[in-house]
Ligand binder design. Sequence first.
Ligand SMILES: [Zn+2]
Length: 320
Amino acid sequence: MANRLPPLPKLLDRKIYKTGQTRGADDDVIYQNRVKRNSTVLIPINSFNNCAYAPDNQGIFENDYIVLIKPEEYFENSQIRSYMEEKDLVLGLNSLLFYETRYQWNAYNPTRYNLNVASSRIAPLGGEYVARVPSTTSKDDEKINLGFITSEIKGAGIRVYEYASSDIIKKCQLQLEYLYWSCPDSIDISLKEGMTKRNIEIRKSNIELVCNQLGLLNKEELKKIRVINDEGHTTCPLCLEKILASGFYNRLEQADGRDVPDLTVTQVSLFHIVELRTGVFNHQPYNLGWGHHFCNVVCKDSGINDTLLWMKEVLARNRL
Ligand SMILES: [Zn+2]
């Protein structure tokens, strides 16, 4: 179906593809950097009750999960141990101790318990612990990064709230492409970016057809989440200004793929309408849109409604 279609301009294709990946993570954290959203998920044990089941695929995560436990909870809290037993959570099989403070490292040093560093994301995990302890000002306290640090296996997994199955990833990408074609200048800009008129027609009508078949084209619903306006044009979910297709072809990227934030241009970025947070799976159709990079930065972790309320207060205090 979709792969026999005429290709999109490269930059656009890449932008849509990247929506199926997690966002960047630093070297010193436990998370994987820019991998598919259906990768192994890391679930803090305190969130296990809310996150143990994937949102589709009969509740099964496509690449398993790893439960992370604080050493002090594991060694001092007998309730945690019985909870683990009750939930079939086994160190080294689907669970790991996660050392992230100097105190944990000193008080419950893994060598004292004959524990090994984990080396696999899929059971058995090859060890019982992973460590990311930052350095301190003391010269003897260098940072401790153990487990999932080589270039072949960097990062133990992804944040659970970033997860989406391959089916959901695909549906989101289709809906997001539909939103691209709903930008008022999409045809002109796509011509300018090298597509032929004929290929634009084929691609556009096919995306509409497929989205329709999959129930991804409920205009009322799309309006409600603020990603299109009454004319059916794509809008930024925060400021409600029309999104221009030209904003998708931003060439300000470094060779390593890292985005360079440039707030002076109307750069377009992926928007989660209800923000991503632990306990819910919000990378879903009808929760995604394209918005201004700047607007996205403004409402990043608080969500659109809270951001608007905050803006209202700011304006009122400024008597504007
Ligand atoms: Zn905006």
